[in-house]
Design a protein around this ligand. Structure first.
Ligand code: JFZ
Length: 403
Protein backbone atom coordinates (compact mmCIF):
# COMPACT_ATOMS: atom_id res chain seq x y z
CA UNK A 1 0.00 0.00 0.00
CA UNK A 2 1.59 3.32 -1.04
CA UNK A 3 2.21 5.80 1.78
CA UNK A 4 0.04 8.60 0.40
CA UNK A 5 -2.89 6.22 -0.15
CA UNK A 6 -2.85 4.68 3.34
CA UNK A 7 -5.36 7.07 4.95
CA UNK A 8 -7.51 7.17 1.81
CA UNK A 9 -7.90 3.38 1.70
CA UNK A 10 -8.97 3.37 5.35
CA UNK A 11 -11.67 6.09 5.32
CA UNK A 12 -13.94 4.77 2.49
CA UNK A 13 -16.42 7.66 2.49
CA UNK A 14 -16.11 11.31 1.46
CA UNK A 15 -18.19 14.37 0.64
CA UNK A 16 -18.16 15.90 -2.83
CA UNK A 17 -19.32 19.53 -3.05
CA UNK A 18 -20.34 21.14 -6.36
CA UNK A 19 -20.89 24.85 -5.78
CA UNK A 20 -20.46 27.77 -8.19
CA UNK A 21 -22.21 30.34 -10.37
CA UNK A 22 -24.37 27.58 -11.88
CA UNK A 23 -25.98 27.23 -8.41
CA UNK A 24 -27.62 30.64 -9.00
CA UNK A 25 -29.37 29.42 -12.17
CA UNK A 26 -30.37 26.19 -10.40
CA UNK A 27 -31.18 24.47 -13.68
CA UNK A 28 -33.21 27.30 -15.20
CA UNK A 29 -32.13 29.70 -17.97
CA UNK A 30 -34.46 32.47 -19.27
CA UNK A 31 -37.44 30.80 -17.66
CA UNK A 32 -36.76 27.40 -19.18
CA UNK A 33 -35.73 24.25 -17.35
CA UNK A 34 -32.47 23.11 -18.96
CA UNK A 35 -32.00 19.33 -19.23
CA UNK A 36 -28.85 17.79 -17.80
CA UNK A 37 -26.83 18.24 -14.65
CA UNK A 38 -26.93 21.66 -13.03
CA UNK A 39 -23.25 22.52 -13.37
CA UNK A 40 -23.40 21.99 -17.15
CA UNK A 41 -26.08 24.65 -17.72
CA UNK A 42 -23.66 27.08 -19.43
CA UNK A 43 -22.87 24.40 -22.01
CA UNK A 44 -26.32 22.86 -22.30
CA UNK A 45 -28.01 26.25 -22.80
CA UNK A 46 -25.08 27.61 -24.83
CA UNK A 47 -24.94 30.66 -22.58
CA UNK A 48 -22.47 33.20 -24.00
CA UNK A 49 -19.48 33.94 -21.76
CA UNK A 50 -20.47 37.63 -21.54
CA UNK A 51 -23.92 36.60 -20.26
CA UNK A 52 -22.71 33.92 -17.87
CA UNK A 53 -20.05 36.24 -16.36
CA UNK A 54 -22.84 38.55 -15.15
CA UNK A 55 -23.83 35.85 -12.65
CA UNK A 56 -20.72 36.70 -10.65
CA UNK A 57 -22.25 40.05 -9.69
CA UNK A 58 -25.22 38.10 -8.25
CA UNK A 59 -23.18 35.63 -6.18
CA UNK A 60 -23.63 36.61 -2.56
CA UNK A 61 -24.25 33.45 -0.46
CA UNK A 62 -25.07 35.20 2.78
CA UNK A 63 -25.93 31.91 4.50
CA UNK A 64 -22.64 30.18 3.68
CA UNK A 65 -21.08 28.68 6.79
CA UNK A 66 -18.07 26.48 6.07
CA UNK A 67 -17.98 25.13 9.62
CA UNK A 68 -21.61 24.03 9.31
CA UNK A 69 -20.80 22.14 6.12
CA UNK A 70 -17.76 20.51 7.71
CA UNK A 71 -19.82 19.49 10.75
CA UNK A 72 -22.41 17.90 8.47
CA UNK A 73 -19.72 15.93 6.66
CA UNK A 74 -18.40 14.69 10.01
CA UNK A 75 -21.94 13.85 11.24
CA UNK A 76 -22.50 11.90 8.03
CA UNK A 77 -19.48 9.74 8.77
CA UNK A 78 -17.51 11.22 5.90
CA UNK A 79 -13.77 11.53 6.39
CA UNK A 80 -12.66 13.62 3.40
CA UNK A 81 -14.15 16.50 1.41
CA UNK A 82 -13.54 17.41 -2.26
CA UNK A 83 -14.68 20.88 -3.33
CA UNK A 84 -15.00 22.39 -6.82
CA UNK A 85 -12.21 24.96 -6.90
CA UNK A 86 -12.79 25.47 -10.65
CA UNK A 87 -15.39 23.55 -12.63
CA UNK A 88 -15.88 23.52 -16.40
CA UNK A 89 -17.41 27.04 -16.38
CA UNK A 90 -13.97 28.38 -15.47
CA UNK A 91 -15.14 30.35 -12.45
CA UNK A 92 -12.68 30.13 -9.56
CA UNK A 93 -14.18 29.54 -6.13
CA UNK A 94 -10.83 30.55 -4.62
CA UNK A 95 -8.40 33.49 -4.69
CA UNK A 96 -6.45 32.96 -7.92
CA UNK A 97 -3.70 35.35 -8.99
CA UNK A 98 -4.11 34.29 -12.63
CA UNK A 99 -7.58 35.67 -13.27
CA UNK A 100 -10.08 38.20 -11.91
CA UNK A 101 -12.88 35.69 -12.62
CA UNK A 102 -12.97 34.56 -9.02
CA UNK A 103 -15.28 34.55 -6.02
CA UNK A 104 -12.92 36.99 -4.26
CA UNK A 105 -12.53 39.59 -7.05
CA UNK A 106 -15.72 39.31 -9.12
CA UNK A 107 -18.53 38.87 -6.57
CA UNK A 108 -20.13 41.03 -3.85
CA UNK A 109 -19.38 38.13 -1.50
CA UNK A 110 -15.64 38.64 -1.89
CA UNK A 111 -14.58 35.77 0.38
CA UNK A 112 -12.23 32.89 -0.32
CA UNK A 113 -14.63 29.94 -0.22
CA UNK A 114 -11.96 27.30 -0.81
CA UNK A 115 -9.84 28.72 1.99
CA UNK A 116 -12.71 28.86 4.48
CA UNK A 117 -13.81 25.32 3.63
CA UNK A 118 -10.28 23.97 3.86
CA UNK A 119 -9.84 25.48 7.33
CA UNK A 120 -13.27 24.28 8.52
CA UNK A 121 -12.69 20.74 7.28
CA UNK A 122 -9.31 20.50 8.97
CA UNK A 123 -10.94 21.85 12.12
CA UNK A 124 -13.25 18.82 12.01
CA UNK A 125 -10.38 16.43 11.41
CA UNK A 126 -11.36 15.89 7.77
CA UNK A 127 -8.93 15.69 4.85
CA UNK A 128 -9.56 18.38 2.24
CA UNK A 129 -9.30 18.04 -1.54
CA UNK A 130 -9.82 20.30 -4.54
CA UNK A 131 -11.69 19.45 -7.73
CA UNK A 132 -10.02 21.16 -10.70
CA UNK A 133 -11.25 20.97 -14.31
CA UNK A 134 -7.93 20.82 -16.14
CA UNK A 135 -9.33 20.29 -19.63
CA UNK A 136 -12.83 21.71 -20.06
CA UNK A 137 -12.96 25.48 -19.49
CA UNK A 138 -15.86 27.24 -21.17
CA UNK A 139 -14.67 30.72 -20.10
CA UNK A 140 -11.01 30.77 -21.18
CA UNK A 141 -10.57 31.21 -24.97
CA UNK A 142 -7.95 28.43 -25.08
CA UNK A 143 -9.77 26.02 -22.77
CA UNK A 144 -11.68 23.11 -24.26
CA UNK A 145 -15.40 22.79 -24.74
CA UNK A 146 -16.78 26.21 -25.66
CA UNK A 147 -17.54 26.11 -29.37
CA UNK A 148 -20.34 28.66 -29.14
CA UNK A 149 -18.21 31.69 -28.25
CA UNK A 150 -14.84 30.61 -29.60
CA UNK A 151 -13.55 29.00 -32.80
CA UNK A 152 -12.15 25.59 -31.77
CA UNK A 153 -9.67 25.83 -34.63
CA UNK A 154 -8.06 28.92 -33.07
CA UNK A 155 -7.55 27.48 -29.57
CA UNK A 156 -4.06 26.85 -28.20
CA UNK A 157 -4.88 24.26 -25.54
CA UNK A 158 -1.24 23.47 -24.71
CA UNK A 159 -0.73 27.16 -23.88
CA UNK A 160 -3.89 27.10 -21.69
CA UNK A 161 -2.70 23.97 -19.92
CA UNK A 162 0.91 25.09 -19.30
CA UNK A 163 0.39 28.82 -18.73
CA UNK A 164 -2.95 28.78 -16.91
CA UNK A 165 -4.12 25.39 -15.64
CA UNK A 166 -0.77 24.22 -14.26
CA UNK A 167 -0.02 27.53 -12.50
CA UNK A 168 -3.49 27.46 -10.97
CA UNK A 169 -2.99 23.92 -9.69
CA UNK A 170 0.35 25.00 -8.25
CA UNK A 171 -1.23 27.97 -6.46
CA UNK A 172 -4.00 25.77 -5.05
CA UNK A 173 -1.47 23.24 -3.74
CA UNK A 174 0.64 26.05 -2.26
CA UNK A 175 -1.91 28.51 -0.87
CA UNK A 176 -4.22 25.88 0.65
CA UNK A 177 -1.61 23.35 1.80
CA UNK A 178 -2.06 20.51 2.70
CA UNK A 179 -4.34 19.52 -0.17
CA UNK A 180 -5.12 15.85 0.36
CA UNK A 181 -6.56 15.17 -3.11
CA UNK A 182 -6.37 16.94 -6.49
CA UNK A 183 -9.54 15.74 -8.16
CA UNK A 184 -8.93 16.19 -11.87
CA UNK A 185 -11.79 15.48 -14.25
CA UNK A 186 -12.67 14.31 -17.77
CA UNK A 187 -9.08 13.26 -18.54
CA UNK A 188 -6.24 15.17 -20.24
CA UNK A 189 -5.95 15.28 -24.07
CA UNK A 190 -2.42 13.85 -24.23
CA UNK A 191 -0.34 11.65 -21.92
CA UNK A 192 2.49 14.16 -22.22
CA UNK A 193 0.40 16.97 -20.76
CA UNK A 194 -1.01 14.64 -18.11
CA UNK A 195 2.52 13.62 -17.11
CA UNK A 196 3.51 17.29 -16.82
CA UNK A 197 0.61 17.94 -14.43
CA UNK A 198 1.42 14.81 -12.40
CA UNK A 199 5.06 15.92 -12.22
CA UNK A 200 3.96 19.33 -10.95
CA UNK A 201 1.79 17.85 -8.21
CA UNK A 202 4.51 15.41 -7.15
CA UNK A 203 7.09 18.21 -7.02
CA UNK A 204 4.96 20.76 -5.17
CA UNK A 205 2.98 18.43 -2.90
CA UNK A 206 4.23 14.81 -2.87
CA UNK A 207 1.56 13.62 -0.42
CA UNK A 208 -1.34 14.92 -2.53
CA UNK A 209 -3.37 12.12 -4.10
CA UNK A 210 -4.13 12.49 -7.83
CA UNK A 211 -7.53 11.29 -9.02
CA UNK A 212 -7.91 8.83 -11.87
CA UNK A 213 -9.51 11.39 -14.17
CA UNK A 214 -6.14 13.02 -14.82
CA UNK A 215 -6.28 10.27 -17.46
CA UNK A 216 -3.88 7.83 -19.16
CA UNK A 217 -3.73 5.63 -16.05
CA UNK A 218 -1.58 8.24 -14.31
CA UNK A 219 -3.77 8.78 -11.25
CA UNK A 220 -3.17 7.26 -7.82
CA UNK A 221 -6.52 5.54 -8.05
CA UNK A 222 -9.14 4.65 -10.63
CA UNK A 223 -12.29 6.80 -10.92
CA UNK A 224 -15.42 4.96 -11.93
CA UNK A 225 -18.11 6.60 -14.04
CA UNK A 226 -20.61 8.78 -12.21
CA UNK A 227 -22.88 6.65 -10.04
CA UNK A 228 -21.39 3.53 -11.63
CA UNK A 229 -20.72 0.79 -9.05
CA UNK A 230 -18.78 -2.11 -10.59
CA UNK A 231 -20.56 -5.48 -10.71
CA UNK A 232 -17.79 -7.31 -8.86
CA UNK A 233 -14.65 -6.79 -6.82
CA UNK A 234 -12.07 -4.47 -8.38
CA UNK A 235 -8.44 -4.75 -7.32
CA UNK A 236 -6.39 -1.66 -6.52
CA UNK A 237 -7.55 1.75 -5.31
CA UNK A 238 -10.76 3.05 -6.80
CA UNK A 239 -13.61 5.46 -6.07
CA UNK A 240 -17.12 6.01 -7.35
CA UNK A 241 -18.60 9.53 -7.32
CA UNK A 242 -22.30 9.46 -6.42
CA UNK A 243 -25.07 12.05 -6.57
CA UNK A 244 -27.68 12.30 -3.82
CA UNK A 245 -30.29 13.17 -6.48
CA UNK A 246 -29.63 13.33 -10.23
CA UNK A 247 -27.38 16.39 -10.44
CA UNK A 248 -24.07 17.55 -9.00
CA UNK A 249 -24.76 21.30 -9.08
CA UNK A 250 -27.98 22.50 -7.45
CA UNK A 251 -31.20 22.31 -9.49
CA UNK A 252 -34.30 23.78 -7.86
CA UNK A 253 -36.62 21.11 -9.26
CA UNK A 254 -34.53 17.95 -8.71
CA UNK A 255 -36.08 16.37 -5.64
CA UNK A 256 -35.15 12.79 -6.53
CA UNK A 257 -33.19 12.21 -3.33
CA UNK A 258 -31.78 8.77 -2.60
CA UNK A 259 -33.03 7.37 0.72
CA UNK A 260 -30.62 6.82 3.62
CA UNK A 261 -31.06 3.08 3.15
CA UNK A 262 -30.13 3.31 -0.53
CA UNK A 263 -27.01 5.34 0.30
CA UNK A 264 -25.95 2.93 3.06
CA UNK A 265 -26.43 -0.09 0.79
CA UNK A 266 -24.49 1.65 -2.02
CA UNK A 267 -21.65 2.48 0.39
CA UNK A 268 -21.47 -1.09 1.69
CA UNK A 269 -21.64 -2.50 -1.85
CA UNK A 270 -18.76 -0.23 -2.92
CA UNK A 271 -16.62 -0.98 0.14
CA UNK A 272 -17.26 -4.74 -0.18
CA UNK A 273 -15.76 -4.52 -3.68
CA UNK A 274 -12.70 -2.57 -2.50
CA UNK A 275 -13.67 1.02 -3.28
CA UNK A 276 -14.40 4.43 -1.77
CA UNK A 277 -17.61 6.37 -2.25
CA UNK A 278 -17.55 10.15 -2.77
CA UNK A 279 -21.11 11.36 -2.14
CA UNK A 280 -22.15 14.76 -3.48
CA UNK A 281 -24.03 17.73 -2.10
CA UNK A 282 -25.04 20.68 -4.29
CA UNK A 283 -25.53 23.81 -2.15
CA UNK A 284 -27.91 26.59 -3.18
CA UNK A 285 -26.88 30.10 -4.30
CA UNK A 286 -27.48 31.27 -0.73
CA UNK A 287 -24.88 28.80 0.55
CA UNK A 288 -27.28 26.26 2.01
CA UNK A 289 -26.98 22.49 1.62
CA UNK A 290 -30.57 21.45 0.77
CA UNK A 291 -32.25 20.15 3.94
CA UNK A 292 -33.54 16.92 2.36
CA UNK A 293 -29.98 15.96 1.44
CA UNK A 294 -28.68 16.96 4.86
CA UNK A 295 -31.32 14.73 6.48
CA UNK A 296 -30.15 11.77 4.39
CA UNK A 297 -26.54 12.42 5.37
CA UNK A 298 -27.36 12.60 9.08
CA UNK A 299 -29.28 9.29 8.88
CA UNK A 300 -26.35 7.64 7.10
CA UNK A 301 -24.05 9.01 9.78
CA UNK A 302 -26.30 7.51 12.46
CA UNK A 303 -25.90 4.04 10.95
CA UNK A 304 -22.13 4.53 10.63
CA UNK A 305 -22.02 5.65 14.25
CA UNK A 306 -23.49 2.24 15.19
CA UNK A 307 -21.85 0.01 12.58
CA UNK A 308 -18.86 1.96 11.24
CA UNK A 309 -16.34 -0.69 12.34
CA UNK A 310 -17.78 -2.88 9.56
CA UNK A 311 -16.88 -0.20 6.97
CA UNK A 312 -13.89 1.94 7.97
CA UNK A 313 -10.54 0.22 7.68
CA UNK A 314 -12.02 -2.90 6.10
CA UNK A 315 -11.06 -4.82 2.97
CA UNK A 316 -13.24 -7.04 0.74
CA UNK A 317 -11.89 -10.10 2.55
CA UNK A 318 -12.19 -13.82 1.75
CA UNK A 319 -15.90 -14.04 0.90
CA UNK A 320 -17.28 -12.75 -2.39
CA UNK A 321 -21.05 -12.46 -2.15
CA UNK A 322 -22.77 -13.70 -5.32
CA UNK A 323 -24.15 -10.70 -7.20
CA UNK A 324 -27.76 -11.62 -6.40
CA UNK A 325 -27.06 -12.51 -2.75
CA UNK A 326 -28.97 -10.40 -0.20
CA UNK A 327 -25.73 -9.57 1.58
CA UNK A 328 -22.26 -8.10 1.08
CA UNK A 329 -19.05 -8.89 3.00
CA UNK A 330 -16.28 -6.72 4.36
CA UNK A 331 -13.44 -7.91 6.54
CA UNK A 332 -10.66 -7.14 8.98
CA UNK A 333 -8.05 -9.55 10.35
CA UNK A 334 -9.91 -12.13 12.47
CA UNK A 335 -13.41 -11.20 11.39
CA UNK A 336 -15.78 -11.01 8.46
CA UNK A 337 -18.74 -8.63 8.53
CA UNK A 338 -21.78 -9.97 6.69
CA UNK A 339 -23.98 -6.99 5.76
CA UNK A 340 -27.49 -8.41 5.49
CA UNK A 341 -29.41 -6.11 3.13
CA UNK A 342 -32.57 -8.23 2.98
CA UNK A 343 -33.31 -10.08 6.22
CA UNK A 344 -34.06 -13.83 5.83
CA UNK A 345 -37.74 -14.68 6.30
CA UNK A 346 -36.96 -18.26 7.42
CA UNK A 347 -34.54 -17.43 10.24
CA UNK A 348 -31.49 -18.68 8.33
CA UNK A 349 -28.76 -16.54 6.81
CA UNK A 350 -26.94 -18.60 4.15
CA UNK A 351 -23.40 -17.45 3.35
CA UNK A 352 -22.59 -19.13 0.06
CA UNK A 353 -19.29 -20.89 -0.61
CA UNK A 354 -17.69 -20.07 2.75
CA UNK A 355 -16.25 -23.55 3.40
CA UNK A 356 -12.49 -23.62 2.99
CA UNK A 357 -12.34 -19.82 2.93
CA UNK A 358 -13.06 -19.10 6.59
CA UNK A 359 -12.69 -21.08 9.83
CA UNK A 360 -15.57 -19.67 11.90
CA UNK A 361 -15.31 -19.76 15.69
CA UNK A 362 -18.14 -17.41 16.59
CA UNK A 363 -21.08 -15.54 15.05
CA UNK A 364 -22.93 -12.59 16.57
CA UNK A 365 -24.95 -9.50 15.71
CA UNK A 366 -22.78 -6.41 15.61
CA UNK A 367 -25.55 -4.32 17.16
CA UNK A 368 -26.10 -5.77 20.64
CA UNK A 369 -23.55 -8.63 20.28
CA UNK A 370 -26.27 -11.32 20.49
CA UNK A 371 -24.61 -14.69 19.93
CA UNK A 372 -25.83 -16.64 16.92
CA UNK A 373 -25.76 -20.40 16.29
CA UNK A 374 -24.31 -21.56 12.98
CA UNK A 375 -23.81 -24.79 11.04
CA UNK A 376 -22.32 -25.92 7.74
CA UNK A 377 -24.50 -27.12 4.89
CA UNK A 378 -22.21 -28.34 2.12
CA UNK A 379 -20.05 -25.38 1.15
CA UNK A 380 -22.39 -22.87 2.76
CA UNK A 381 -22.36 -21.45 6.27
CA UNK A 382 -25.88 -21.21 7.70
CA UNK A 383 -26.38 -18.78 10.58
CA UNK A 384 -29.55 -18.88 12.69
CA UNK A 385 -30.85 -15.30 12.93
CA UNK A 386 -33.75 -13.78 14.89
CA UNK A 387 -37.06 -13.07 13.18
CA UNK A 388 -36.63 -9.29 13.29
CA UNK A 389 -33.73 -7.52 11.61
CA UNK A 390 -31.76 -5.29 14.01
CA UNK A 391 -31.60 -2.63 11.29
CA UNK A 392 -34.08 -2.01 8.45
CA UNK A 393 -31.31 -1.25 5.95
CA UNK A 394 -28.19 -3.23 6.81
CA UNK A 395 -27.97 -5.61 9.77
CA UNK A 396 -24.40 -6.75 10.33
CA UNK A 397 -23.57 -10.33 11.37
CA UNK A 398 -19.98 -10.72 12.57
CA UNK A 399 -18.11 -13.96 11.92
CA UNK A 400 -15.05 -14.32 14.09
CA UNK A 401 -12.78 -16.43 11.93
CA UNK A 402 -9.36 -17.09 10.57
CA UNK A 403 -8.95 -16.32 6.90
C1 JFZ B 1 -17.80 15.02 -14.69
C2 JFZ B 1 -18.30 16.48 -14.80
O1 JFZ B 1 -18.51 16.78 -16.17
C3 JFZ B 1 -19.58 16.65 -14.03
O2 JFZ B 1 -20.03 17.96 -14.14
C4 JFZ B 1 -19.32 16.29 -12.54
O3 JFZ B 1 -18.36 17.19 -12.01
C5 JFZ B 1 -18.81 14.84 -12.50
C6 JFZ B 1 -18.43 14.45 -11.07
O4 JFZ B 1 -17.65 14.67 -13.32
O5 JFZ B 1 -18.74 14.18 -15.35
C7 JFZ B 1 -18.34 12.95 -15.76
C8 JFZ B 1 -17.03 12.65 -16.01
C9 JFZ B 1 -16.68 11.35 -16.40
C10 JFZ B 1 -17.66 10.39 -16.55
C11 JFZ B 1 -18.99 10.72 -16.33
C12 JFZ B 1 -19.33 12.01 -15.95
N1 JFZ B 1 -17.33 9.06 -16.96
O6 JFZ B 1 -16.12 8.79 -17.16
O7 JFZ B 1 -18.24 8.23 -17.12
Amino acid sequence: MSGRMRWWAEVKFGMFIHWGLYSILAGVWRGRCVPGVGEWIMRNARIPVREYEKLARRFNPVKFDAEEWARLAREAGMRYVVFTAKHHDGFCMYDSEYTDYTVVKATPFGRDVLGELADACRGEGLRFGAYYSQTLDWHHPDGMGNDWDYDPGRKDFARYFKEYAMPQVEEILTKYRPVAVMWFDIGTPTPELAREMVGLVRRVSPDTIISGRIGHGLGDYAEMGDNEIPRGRVEGYWEVPVTLNDTWGFKSYDHNWKSPGRVIQMLVDVVSKGGNMLLNVGPTAEGVIPEPSAEVLRAVGGWLERCGESVYGTAPGPLDAPLDAPYRCTAKPGRVYVHVLAWPWDGELRVFGARGRVEVSRAYLLEGERELEFRWDGDDLVVAVPDRAPDPTDSVVVLECEW
